[in-house]
Design a binder for this molecule. Sequence first.
Ligand code: ADP
Ligand code: MG
Length: 247
Amino acid sequence: MAIMRVSNLKKSYGNLEVLKKVTFEIEKNDVVAVIGPSGSGKSTMLRSLVHLEQIDAGSIQIGDEFLVKDGKYASVQEIKQITARMGMVFQHFNLFPHLTVKENLELAPRIVKGEAEAEVDKRSKELLAKVGLSDKADAYPSKLSGGQKQRVAIARALMMKPDILLFDEPTSALDPELTGEVLQVIKQLAEEHMTMIVVTHEMGFAREVANQVMFMDNGEFIESGEPESFFRNPQSDRAKAFLQRVL
Ligand code: ADP
Ligand code: MG
């Protein structure tokens, strides 16, 4: 069953048409790698899914609920509920600098969801252990490496128990030697069947971890497929040209 259905998304910034007719479906447990040239609309697409951007036309359906249907958005309350089913991890971590690691994890569950302190405390400890950062619970983000910050950001997103996790180039801001520890966490989540959309420049990672690759160029998905066949035998000229540049 599709957990996310997106059809004919359109979005412009002024005269610039950034998303043209973006259409795709994600099944539960899918790990989708979104690849494509810089400026092709990948971030705008992800941001639209969690309502950080407002689209101009099209539909976004999560499960059987519409965030937006034929350009018409759900109510503010519904939007809140629907977007809460998705977690987002950004390129630049976006941690709260004045809060400790543990406080970063616990803020949204406490404030947004009003969860009990004991429950939130238990879960944040579990998730910090999961990303290998139990010893950093009381550290401030400024004391962490980029790789550690990104692992905190992933744990923070997981605190909200999302049905789908979205990553926007999670390793692009990292020194090369720190990308592995972040990709390893994402890989582990994939093995646990977390449903994920990962915008990435890491072709090796896409090939190894994703079960579906979607290639975006100039505001639309041009081609998608299983990683093996996509990377071995891309069909469109644009995907061929892109892969020649990056591989
Ligand atoms: P990608 O993530 O694939 O690099 P983006 O979604 O960031 O692409 O950007 C797609 C296009 O939209 C680019 O041409 C970019 O300059 C433009 N763009 C992105 N955000 C804005 C904005 N807030 N205002 C105007 N143009 C934007
Ligand atoms: Mg981007």
